[in-house]
Design a protein around this ligand. Sequence first.
Ligand SMILES: [Zn+2]
Ligand SMILES: [Zn+2]
Length: 302
Amino acid sequence: MVGSARVRLRVLGSAAGGGSPQWNCGCAVCAAVRSGAGDARTQSSVAVSADHGRWFLINASPDVRAQIEAFPDLQPHDGGRATPLQAVLLTDAELDHTLGLLLLREAVGVTLYATPAVHKTLCDGSGVLRTLERYCPVEWRAVVPGVDLALAEGLSCRAFDVPTTKWARFGAGSEHGRVVGYRLTDTRSGGKLVYLPSVQALTAVLRAEIQGCDCLLIDGTCWRDDELVRLGLAGKTSREMGHLPIDGPDGSLAQLPSLGVRRTIFVHMNNTNPILLEDTPERRVVEDSGMEVAMDGLEVEV
Ligand SMILES: [Zn+2]
Ligand SMILES: [Zn+2]
């Protein structure tokens, strides 16, 4: 199997923080999902493997336990305590991407890839790492944007900086490295995947990172920039929260077709986003553009 293996990525959770439906939200989309008119989704995370035996998580969501139980490849295969999970890579220090680390506390140890800025926030801001370290040893490996990292045989990974101006909940820290995306390369097939669950603007540098990749999994948090404001659910626009909206003249839908990506999949959808439901006009617009909306369990190989 290893000889013919390709890098495989599985979307463990396709919703943004809160999941879909979100426990305290009664918006039209959450209500539809609760009524059975749409599929529920867990919070944002993906798993990636080069040999389909050893797996890496990118972000650890508060739903990680259910996500592992829904995916046999991440479950122990031998008797006793064991896990195919090798390490967790982080794109940022948001709670919906890091609270799952605490649920891994039964591990013999956790290997964590994060930038110094994210690591600092997890230690001194949210305190998630300080808490985890009371339960099990954590080995931190510093992620340096722009530097290739050999994650496993056949799987190379490179982080790239994602500029953001969003308010940092746990102290601003340095701008550099607060949010990153990951470019994953299958060094055997040459296939390239980009995972970018948080992006505020598609700058020239980011466009160059994405250009020509085989598969892009990109931030689909909000359909409209003022989605949460119009619904009376928040005072901030999508961009102000660090997420480029899909719709609009300079939204992601308008910008992505020029990047030459073979397969574009929206991930990290907020529970208010109408593309979560299959029968909405917004979903049709995405699909008519040749793009996809991720479901939990969606898999991609390159
Ligand atoms: Zn998130
Ligand atoms: Zn909702």
